[in-house]
Write a protein that binds this ligand. Structure first.
Ligand code: GLU
Length: 193
C-alpha cells in the first residue's frame, strides 16, 4: 500500500499534491500520478519514474491549474508499472478520476459485468473497476454513485475521487486501509499518512 494525497481549496492544487507525494515517497512506489480539476476540465499527469520526474514534467505543478486534485504513489498489485496502469484511473467518459490504495478482491466479476455492458477498459488494474463502475452509476450526483460503488466492491481500499462536473468536491472513502482528513481554513485535504 502506497500513498494518496488530495486537496481542495482556494489555491493551486498541483504544487500541494506534489509536496504531499514527496512526503509519502519513503513508503516506496513504482509509479505515480496526479489529476487536477480546472472548471470542468480534468488534467492528468503520470510517471513510472520518481516524483522528481512528475515535478519536472509539470514545472513544479505550475503548468497545471485548478484548486481541486488527487495524487497517488503506486505499489502495483494488479498490472505492471506503466502509464496505463498508474493512477489516477479514469471512467470511460473521462469525467471521473480515482486513486486507490489496497486491493479490490472482486474486481474480475465487476469487470466482466461492465464489459458486457460495453465498457472498454484501458488498464490491467483492479482499481479501474472503481472508476468505470462510478461512470456506470453516475447520473449527476457523484456522492450517490460512490455510495452505490461502495456497496459492490469487496476488499481493502483508501480511495480519492474527483469528478469534472463537481470541481469543488473531493471524495474520500476507506476500508481496512489508512486515510486521514485534514480540515483547514479555506482548504481541506486527505492523505494516506
Ligand atoms: N491494487 C492497485 C493497483 O495495483 C493499487 C495498488 C496500491 O495500493 O498502490 O493499481
Amino acid at each position: 500500500m502506497c500513498g494518496i494525497v488530495g486537496f481542495t481549496g482556494k489555491r493551486e492544487a498541483a504544487p500541494v499534491l506534489l509536496a504531499g507525494l514527496k512526503a509519502l515517497e519513503y513508503r516506496g512506489y513504482d509509479s505515480a500520478g496526479i489529476a487536477v480539476l480546472n472548471d470542468n476540465n480534468l488534467t492528468v499527469c503520470k510517471t513510472t519514474e520518481r516524483i522528481k520526474n512528475l515535478t519536472e514534467k509539470t514545472n513544479g505543478g505550475k503548468d497545471i491549474h485548478g484548486t481541486t486534485g488527487i495524487g497517488h504513489t503506486r505499489w502495483a498489485t494488479h498490472g505492471e508499472p506503466s502509464d496505463a496502469n498508474s493512477h489516477p484511473l479514469l471512467s470511460d467518459s473521462g469525467r471521473i478520476a480515482v486513486v486507490h490504495n489496497g486491493i479490490i478482491e472482486n474486481y474480475m466479476e465487476i469487470k466482466e459485468f461492465l464489459q458486457e455492458k460495453g465498457v472498454v477498459f484501458h488498464s490491467d488494474t483492479d482499481t479501474e473497476v472503481v472508476a468505470q463502475l462510478l461512470g456506470y452509476y453516475y447520473r449527476g450526483d457523484i456522492l450517490d454513485a460512490v455510495q452505490k460503488v461502495l456497496h459492490r466492491i469487496e476488499g481493502s481500499y483508501g480511495l480519492g475521487i474527483i469528478c469534472s462536473e463537481h470541481p469543488e468536491q473531493l471524495i474520500a472513502a476507506r476500508k481496512d486501509s489508512p486515510l486521514v482528513l485534514g480540515y483547514g481554513d479555506g482548504f481541506n485535504m486527505m492523505a494516506s499518512d
